[in-house]
Write a protein of this length. Structure first.
Length: 100
């Protein structure tokens, strides 16, 4: 029997309660039949974007949800931290223009 949107959200919130990070806050909200996970940088004085990722009903209803959620969360954290870079080696052309 498929779960309700509220029970799916409760399931995600229960999983998020198992994680604590010194730099990040985790939250979630219902989004359609799925759930949207929200990752925010704790230091609001630093202008870092908020990261969002969706959990679809098929993922939320999976019998191995705790494990798949763990994997999705860690993948999202990787993406989020990579997106935080202010400068990368790929910015070399831009840096050279600024130095002129």
């Amino acid at each position: 029997m498929p779960e309700t949107t509220a029970s799916r959200l409760d399931k995600v919130l229960a999983q998020l309660a198992l994680y604590e990070h010194p730099l990040l806050n985790f939250s979630a909200r219902s989004k359609g039949e799925g759930v949207e996970v929200i990752i925010q940088f704790k230091d609001a004085s630093n202008p870092v974007h908020t990261y969002y990722f969706d959990l679809h009903p098929r993922d939320l209803d999976h019998p191995q949800f705790a494990w798949t959620f763990h994997c999705q969360l860690y993948d999202a954290l990787h993406d989020y931290f990579v997106e935080m870079f202010i400068r990368t080696p790929q910015d070399l052309a831009d840096r050279r223009r600024k130095e002129m």
